[in-house]
Design a protein around this ligand. Sequence first.
Ligand code: OXD
Ligand code: MN
Length: 586
Amino acid sequence: MATPLEAWVEEAARRTRPKEVVWCDGSEGEAQRMVERLVAEGRTIRLNENTYPNCILHRSDPSDVARTEQVTFICSRRKEDAGPTNNWMAPEEAKQKVGALFQGAMTGRTMYVVPYLMGPAESAMTRVGVEVTDSPYVVVSMRIMARIGKIALERIGKANDFVPGLHSLGDLNPERRFVLHFPEEKLIWSIGSGYGGNALLGKKCFALRIASWMAREEGWMAEHMLILGLEDPSGKVTYMAAAFPSACGKTNMAMMVSALEDSGYRVWTVGDDIAWMQEGPDGQLYAINPEAGFFGVAPGTNDLTNPNVMEAVKRNTIFTNVATTASREPWWEGMTPQAPPGLLDWQGRVSAGAKSPAAHPNSRYTVPAQQAPRISPHWEDPAGVPISAIIFGGRRARVAPLVYESLSWQHGVFVGAGMASETTAAITGEVGVRRRDPMAMLPFCGYHMGDYFRHWLEMGRRIARPPKIFHVNWFRKGSNGQFLWPGFGENVRVLKWILERVNGKGQAEETPIGFVPTKRALTLDGLQISPENMEELLRVDAADWQKEAGEIGTFFKKFGDRLPPELREEQAHLTERLNLVASTKG
Ligand code: OXD
Ligand code: MN
C-alpha cells in the first residue's frame, strides 16, 4: 500500500505529467547534478571558483523578480476567515481554475520531490513539508533554506502530517501566476513563478501563512521576525525577536557587527526572517528559527553595513539577479563605492552604467545559516531560545522615534497592529509608498487579521513571563532629507537600552506613545551625532501622533467587529493621552 506521501506524489504526477520523478536526498552530489542542469539551461553560471568557490549566479526571467502579493490567495472555505487584508478564492474555484494550469504543466520536465524540515531536526516545534517542483533552482535553494531529503523523509515515514506543496514554473507568464494556500487542508499550490517567496514553499507559504493558521489553532506564534542574542560584558546572552517588513534590514540586524564590541556587547545570529515561538516550561516565550539559510537582499550590503554576510557569501552561495564583474564575481549597487569596469548587469547585458542599476534592486543571496561568522551556538537548540524582547519596526521618514517601549503587552500589541512602513522592491508594485503592515505580517498572515490580533492578546494573557514590546525606527529623516541615525552596527546602542529596560534599568521618559529614552540613556560614545539630531530622533510630536492615531483608527475599521475591543480601547487611550499633553502645553 502506498504511504500518504507516495499517494500524494502520484496524484501530483498524474496531474502535471512529468517525464520522470526524482526523489531528492539532499546530498552534495545531487546538488552538483542540479547545478549542471541549471548551467545547461543557460540562465545560471558558476562564479569565480577561486574567490567564490561553489557559488552560482541565477538570472531569473525578467518578469519574475519579486513576490507577487496580488496573485497570492488564501483559499479558506469561508471568505471572512481570510479577512480584509488577504485575497481570497473559494477552494473549489481555485482547484478548478489553477488545477487547469497545472494540467500537464511538467510535460517534458523532471518533477523533483523535496521533503523538508522547518526547524532543527531534534526540536518538538519542527514541522515537515514536501514540495514537488519542476525547478532545479528551487531544489538547490530549498537545500540551503531548509533541511531537505533523507532527514525529512525519515520523519514523515508513513504519517500524513506533512504540509504538501505543489509547485511548477508553468509558462512563467505573470497572467498565469498564482500562489494559493488552502489552510484547512494545509496545502500549498504555486504556479508561474520561480521567485524565492513565491516558489520556495517552506518559507512564506508554509512557515508564515499556513503556520500562522496552525499556530492559532494550537496556541503558538509564527512570526515574520529575526531572532538575535545580545551578549553583555558579563557574557550573559539575552534574546530578542524583531519584526520588520520585507527589505527593511532584518538580515543586517540579525548579523550585526556591534559598534560596542570593545565594551563587551556582541550580537549572535539565530535567524533572519521567521520565528516560531511557544511558551516554555519556565513561562518564557521560546523561539526557533524554522529555516536553515538566509535569503537576503544584496544591494546596499558591504563591508561596513554587514561584514558578516560579506564573509558568509564567499562560498556555497546562490546569487540571484546580481551583476557580475569581468572576473565573474558578484557585484551590486553599494557593494563598492564605484562600479568596477566591465560589469554585466543582472540580465547578463553590458551594464548601462549609472542609467539603471546593474543588479536588480531585489537581487538576493541564498546562503547557509551556519556560514554566518556569528551564528549563535544555540541556533539549532531544540528547545529554542528564550525571548526577552519583541521589537517592531518599519521604514518611517517621519513620526516614529528611534525607539520606544510599550506600556504593557496589550499596548505593545496595539503598537504592532498599527505599524506602518514605506514599501520596498521586495514586492512588485510601487516603492516608497507608506502602508499599514501590522507586525510586518500584512502579506503573510494566513487568516483574518482581526483574529490574529486577538491571538496575540490571548498569548499575552497565557504566557507567564511575556517579553517586553518595543518599536524602533532606523529610518527617520531630518528636514534636509538625510537619515538622522547611522544604523547598522550602531543599532546595538538601541539594543543595549532595550536590554537595560528588560533588566529593569535604562532611563526612560513616559510619553503618550510609551517610554522613550531620556537624553542620556543611550550610550553614544564614539558616535558622531549632533545633539539636535539626537533630539529629533527621540522627539514625539503630538500633532504628528494625533494624525497617526487617527489613521490607525481608520485602518482598524477594516476589521469590523473582528477587531478586538482592547485595540479600540488602546487607540482611544492614545488619543486621550495626546490630548492631555496638548492641553497642558496649550
Ligand atoms: C523575504 C520577504 O524575502 O519578506 O523575506 O519578502
Ligand atoms: Mn521576509
